[in-house]
Write a protein that binds this ligand. Structure first.
Ligand code: FUL
Length: 702
């Protein structure tokens, strides 16, 4: 934030002149030409989608019951048995967070269908759910209708169950499934086509690797056309620039700025994140992010769902930057959202509602340095998305000032452009009056469908001014508001150093931290004040709570930590610096060639110092993989008491979704193994890279 000089005489004259611009009374100025849109503009379906701002994703399928993120495709439909499925409870949780639409994973990569498709046996119709008479998609569509949410579909193009996947016959099957989903469940607002495609799978029993060239194989333009024919208002989340693009990460972070336009030269995650200013295609970003580490529910993530404060940050980093937020909810094996997640969603939703409940600019006097007849400054305050303020022909850098009547305290500024006229503003600043002068408090690029900027700290001022610093066409601004955001506290931060000391610190004044190591619920008796606590060797911090000043303890988190690594050492590794894998620092990566000097897959062998029973391991993907290095896609494990580990591979598996989601991967063995030495090998990388990068490896020992 930079301070700008006191207002000049020229500013004062401009302000005075602008104050005279009353609604309906134009200043003498040359006849205004009709405003023409600048550059690419949204279609009707995209405009409707922009106005929804934030929606729910729901990941629920057979994976919920197998504790996986990606199913292989050979799962028995008999496993799918949500005994207490409650579509209304799920939709209510979404509503509590102000989410306006809901997209269900009708079919994830494993191919299991949540609706009774006529084209496969791999569906709810062969599950115990309602004795095969249930239809999860239908029940959710109904609940959405009852509660006023729009409804959307996720249909995975990749199907690891279908025998014909990779051949033309599968495309016919895929279109048949789309037809069922788009004709049975009423209006659909979005169809989400996931980018993950091709790999190994069950494929009707073939159990093999199938690679496809996605763009020609699916013939996306014809599939998108098909969607639009059946559901003209459905936006597609697609890889070819039709309606909605991926924001480039699964962390809930849009670029700053995040332009709604893109060029037509192909997609990269970096471009998806920032968009392309002046690009010829209107292809806005959708930010899909989960309330938990994974997309599906896992018991071990209970207690780790995103806090309301974190959700609020995501709101500013996505909706506040003109991207659509697609926030994932993960029903558990009952078929409900856990109380913890519901609580976090509701607190987050209430915080956003409370923030907007008091519009501190209501009743303000709006004046502009330039205004076009019929589009006065006051239009930024009327709450109508179709009415806007704009400046006289050729005036690209006007200012608009709000006189709030008295000093008001705020820390949020909200602006919006009139999208049918395109993205016109390149750069803008917001100033407040302070000590008789103007002080700049915001300087950003791009406004778009919505710019909600949170200041570092609240400010108090009577006048607040929007300064258009650079624009490619006269700005068309529909909204300018100021608000005060509620303060939400983060739960305690948990860190653990090399010596195994766990430190819990709370931001909450007057609160102490309670924790237990035996799995019992924290109580006042277990309260400790912030300090390092030694973690017993092999022990697990099970539950963490905040000891409130009132004496009550509320459980806010559950974590389990792997065993201490201070006794570990690297026995051998395919490349130097493998100590980085066990240095407890997520920011130091081990980078190794996929194939070592002897032509063997990349591997590392660790000496744990003593024999330990292991039930799985945790891998933290590389922090900043260098050029040409990627994430591992598959793993094998050997465990024993002889460092040579000559026996057969005891466990093997894949790292699901690792390329898109950098959260720690938890891999659970089919049974516990005991030994002092463990070798983990990595036979392939996620995107065919010839080197891999890994930040950290831990073990699960209980
Ligand atoms: C990814 C998938 O592979 C994940 O499982 C999840 O569905 C996410 C939304 O998209 O590409």
């Amino acid at each position: 934030m930079t301070a700008s000089p006191r207002p000049s005489r020229r500013d004062a004259i401009a302000l005075a002149a602008a104050t005279l611009t009353l609604p309906g009374r134009a200043l003498a100025e040359p006849a205004a030409r009709a405003l023409k849109p600048y550059g690419a503009t949204p279609s009707a379906r995209q405009l409707a989608w922009h106005r929804m701002e934030q929606n729910a994703f729901v990941h629920f399928t057979i994976n919920t019951f197998t504790d996986r993120e990606w199913g292989y495709g050979d799962e028995d439909p008999a496993i799918f048995n949500p005994r207490d499925f409650d579509a209304d409870q799920i939709v209510s949780a979404a509503r509590a967070a102000n989410l306006r639409g809901l997209i269900i994973t009708a079919k994830h990569h494993d191919g299991f269908c949540l609706w009774p498709s006529a084209f496969t046996e791999h569906s709810v119709k062969n599950s115990p759910y309602k004795n095969g008479k249930g239809d999860i998609v239908g029940e959710l569509a109904e609940a959405c209708r009852r509660q006023g949410l729009k409804f959307g579909i996720y249909l995975s193009p990749w199907d690891r169950n279908h025998p014909d996947y990779g051949r033309p016959a599968y495309i016919t099957f895929f279109r048949n499934q789309l037809r069922e989903l788009l004709t049975r469940y009423g209006p659909i607002y979005e169809v989400f086509f996931d980018g993950a495609n091709g790999g190994d799978g069950y494929y009707g029993g073939a159990r093999e690797m199938r690679k496809i060239d996605a763009v020609p194989y699916y013939d996306w333009p014809s599939i998108i056309d098909f969607v639009h024919q059946l559901q003209p208002m459905a936006c597609t989340f697609d890889p070819v620039g039709a309606d909605l693009r991926w924001v480039g990460n699964e962390e809930g972070e849009a670029g700053d700025p995040c332009w709604a336009t893109m060029d037509d030269k192909g997609f990269t995650p970096e471009k998806g994140n920032a968009g392309v200013r002046g690009g010829s295609v209107w292809w806005p970003a959708e930010a899909d992010v989960s309330t938990r580490y994974g997309w599906f529910w896992h018991a071990y993530e209970d207690g780790q769902s995103r806090s309301p404060a974190n959700l609020m940050k995501i709101y500013f980093d996505t909706v506040g930057r003109s991207a659509g937020l697609l926030l994932n909810l993960a029903p558990d094996t009952r078929g409900r959202i856990t109380d913890e997640d519901v609580g976090n969603l509701a607190t987050f939703g209430k915080a956003v509602r409370d923030m907007y409940a008091t519009d501190l600019a209501r009743g303000a006097a709006a004046s502009a340095s330039s205004a076009r007849p019929g589009h006065p400054a006051a239009h930024v305050l009327d709450g109508k998305p179709d009415s806007f303020w704009t400046s006289a022909d050729g005036t690209m850098t006007p200012m608009l000032t709000l006189d709030l009547g008295a000093a008001k305290t705020f820390d949020v500024v909200r602006l919006a452009e009139h999208l049918p006229l395109g993205l016109r503003v390149d750069r803008f600043a917001v100033d407040i009056t302070q000590a008789g002068g103007w002080r700049e408090v915001v300087a950003k690029q791009g406004i778009g469908s919505q710019r909600v900027v949170r200041l570092d700290a609240p400010v108090s001022a009577r006048h607040v001014r929007l300064r258009i610093v650079a624009a490619t066409a006269e700005p068309a601004i529909t909204e300018f508001g100021v608000y005060l955001a509620p303060v939400l506290l983060e739960p305690p931060h948990i860190t653990r150093d090399r010596e195994g000391l766990v430190t819990l610190t709370s931001d909450a004044p007057g609160q102490a931290i309670a924790y237990t190591i035996d799995g019992s619920t924290p109580s006042a008796a277990s309260a400790r004040y912030t300090a390092p606590f030694p973690l017993p060797d092999g022990g697990t911090v099970q539950a963490i709570g905040i000891h409130l000043a009132s004496g009550a303890v509320s459980t806010v988190g559950r974590r389990d930590f792997d065993i201490r690594k201070s006794d570990w050492r690297i026995v051998r590794a395919s490349a130097p610096q493998a100590e980085r894998l066990i240095d407890e620092l997520n920011r130091t990566d081990w980078v190794a060639p996929l194939v070592d000097m002897d032509g063997k897959p990349c591997s590392v062998t660790i000496d744990l110092g003593r024999s330990v029973t292991m039930r799985g391991f945790v891998l933290k993907p590389g922090w900043h993989a260098p050029q040409g290095a990627g994430d591992p896609a598959a793993w094998t494990v050997r465990i024993g008491d002889d460092p040579v580990l000559a026996g057969p591979v005891q466990e093997a598996g894949e790292f699901s979704n690792i390329a898109a989601n950098q959260a720690p991967q938890r891999l659970i063995f089919s049974r516990p193994h005991r030994g002092r030495y463990i070798e983990i090998a990595f036979p392939r990388t996620a995107n065919g890279e010839t080197r891999l990068a890994i930040a950290e490896i831990g073990l699960l020992t209980r």
